[in-house]
Write a protein that binds this ligand. Structure first.
Ligand code: HEM
Length: 515
């Protein structure tokens, strides 16, 4: 979700195009419909006994768009919560957005009022990139969603599936550790780029889960031969950037007939390249299956269990595993290692905990339940640097209420996880990274889920188990083997970027072998 840049685009947009096609009447017609709609909503609200939502004042027509110019809307929303309270409404063009900034109203939206707020609202860019909601994470809560969620849980992300994919996670950890050892051997105390190593291994795991094997390169008629790195760019990096691209027409649906070719061509090109790569990868796997070779992969599973799915739907569902596996777990692990490298006391506490439980054995997934401080490190990192600071937009498809206020049908709902996790009524000194906050009083595993970083209710993240297993085992093993310290000047370098709060600049740390 990104409203950023919208204001800039608004200033730059050429209304000349619209008028050149001689269609002011259409615009006027659209505007009239919009005003009538506003009038009807106001009448419904007056009939409701509930009060209207507090509103953040904005400008006529564009509403609050100009106030969202900075690229971190979740931070602006949290700031507004201090003035307007935990729930308020804003206007982005002709859209009404209800913003929720504390745990009570967030839970009410995700659980109690779920039946009225279960659909997703996608931007134009996301509609193209998700092939019109053809993914578990972006579909509406309908039969398609239930079927494909069952598929992804049974084949990839549920507890039994995760047991079957254990060997890939063990290989990932072994490769990461080997790469860091090689760095120490070859470059000694020169800083290491954590992200380079971790990102590449996670992508390998994603490919194995999705199609059964990692790739080195691939050839296709449309794009020629692509290296592994180029495949990563086409499948993960570009779409992550495209997902936050803004089409100003998203804010003015009554003007959607005006062409915006630059935007459309950019996203369509991204989609074309992604589809071409997925098609080529699938073709290779079809040949493998035809030769009688079976693999434990989502592709093999969908071939037998997803017979009603089209070729394009299968490609989208496989791509979903690739993109979701490759990004959020990296974001969390990198921030956790950054904080541990910055806090020698916390790093030492973690090392001592692991040493006490594992002795000289390497940490494994079986040991995680005996390591509460490691779990606290993971959840505190999710709290402070939630990879999804705002839950993908929900949409109220009928009139409902939240926090005691009237919420009209057609409102978009922003659940600001960042705002909830920075709420001073819920968290003491929320800006501080302090895993001990989870262990202060009587240790309770449920407290960890107070961060809501994985969402909640029926649309809760399907990949939370995998994310926890990979992040905790990697963080634990890297602290067990190496002592971490930030490169000089690294401490101040904490800005974020993108859809999933990635660290703006990759972390560079100096690592030393323990023992
Ligand atoms: C630290 C890592 C992760 C975080 C913080 C995270 C967070 C989230 C959030 C906030 C949602 C939206 C929940 C909602 O709408 O209420 C979500 C949904 C989802 N996530 Fe994750 N996620 C992570 C890792 C993963 C991984 C590794 C996968 C694996 C492929 C994954 C797959 C999904 C799916 C399929 C959904 C859609 C669930 C549904 O709509 O029913 N996630 N995630």
């Amino acid at each position: 979700m990104a409203l950023m840049g919208a204001a800039m685009e608004l200033q730059e947009m050429s209304m000349g195009t619209a008028f050149a096609v001689g269609a002011p009447a259409v615009a006027l017609g659209g505007l009239c419909l919009f005003l009538i709609n506003g009038y009807v909503i106001e009448q419904r609200r007056r009939r409701s006994p509930l009060p209207p939502l507090p509103e953040v004042p904005g400008l006529p027509v564009i509403g609050n768009l100009l106030q969202l110019k900075e690229k971190k809307p979740h931070m602006t929303f949290a700031r507004w919560a201090k003035t307007y309270g935990p729930i308020y409404s804003i206007k982005t063009g002709s859209n009404t957005i209800v913003v929720l900034n504390n745990n009570d109203v967030a839970k009410e939206a995700m659980v109690t009022r779920f039946s009225s707020i279960s659909t997703r609202k996608l931007t134009k860019a996301l509609s193209i990139l998700t092939f019109n909601k053809c993914m578990v994470a972006t579909s509406d809560y309908d039969d398609f969603h239930k079927t494909v969620k069952r598929h992804i849980l049974t084949s990839v992300l549920g507890p039994n599936a995760q047991k079957r994919h254990r060997c890939h996670r063990d290989t990932l950890i072994a490769n990461i550790v080997k790469d860091f050892h090689a760095h120490v051997k070859d470059y000694g105390l020169q800083p290491v780029n954590f992200r380079n190593i971790f990102e590449s291994e996670l992508f390998g795991l994603a490919m194995k889960e999705a199609i059964g094997s990692d790739v080195e390169s691939i050839y296709m008629e449309e794009l020629g031969k692509l290296s592994r790195h180029e495949i990563f760019t086409v499948l993960v990096k570009d779409p992550m950037e495209g997902a936050i691209d803004v089409d100003w027409r998203d804010f003015f649906p009554y003007l959607k007939w005006i062409p915006n070719r630059t935007f459309e061509m950019k996203i369509e090109k991204m989609d074309f390249r992604r589809q071409a790569v997925m098609k080529a990868l699938i073709m290779e796997q079809r040949k493998r299956v035809a030769s009688g070779e079976e693999k434990n992969s989502y592709f093999d599973y969908l071939l037998t269990e997803g017979k009603s799915l089209t070729e394009k739907q299968i490609a989208m569902l496989l791509w979903e595993v690739i993109i979701e596996t490759s990004d959020t777990t990296l974001v969390t692990s990198e921030w956790a290692m950054y904080e541990l490298a910055k806090n020698p006391k916390m790093q030492d506490r973690l090392y001592q905990e692991i040493h006490g439980v594992c002795g000289s054995d390497k940490i494994t997934e079986e040991k995680l339940c005996q390591l509460p401080f490691l779990s606290a490190v993971f959840h505190e990192t999710l709290r402070k640097y939630s990879p999804a600071p705002v839950i993908p937009l929900r949409f109220a498809h009928e009139d409902t209420e939240l926090g005691g206020y009237f919420v009209p049908a057609g409102s978009e709902i922003v659940i600001n996880i960042y705002g909830c996790n920075m709420d001073e009524n819920q968290w003491e000194t929320p800006k501080e990274w302090n895993p001990e906050r989870f262990l202060d009083k009587k240790y309770d595993q449920n407290d960890m889920h107070k961060t809501m970083a994985f969402g909640g209710g029926r649309r809760m993240c399907a990949g939370s188990l995998q994310a926890m297993l990979i992040a905790c085992t990697s963080i634990g093993r890297l602290v067990q083997e190496f002592e971490w310290r930030l490169k000089d000047g690294e401490e101040e370098d904490v800005d974020i970027v993108g859809l999933t709060t990635q660290k703006l600049h990759p972390m560079h740390a100096i690592i030393r072998l323990r023992n």
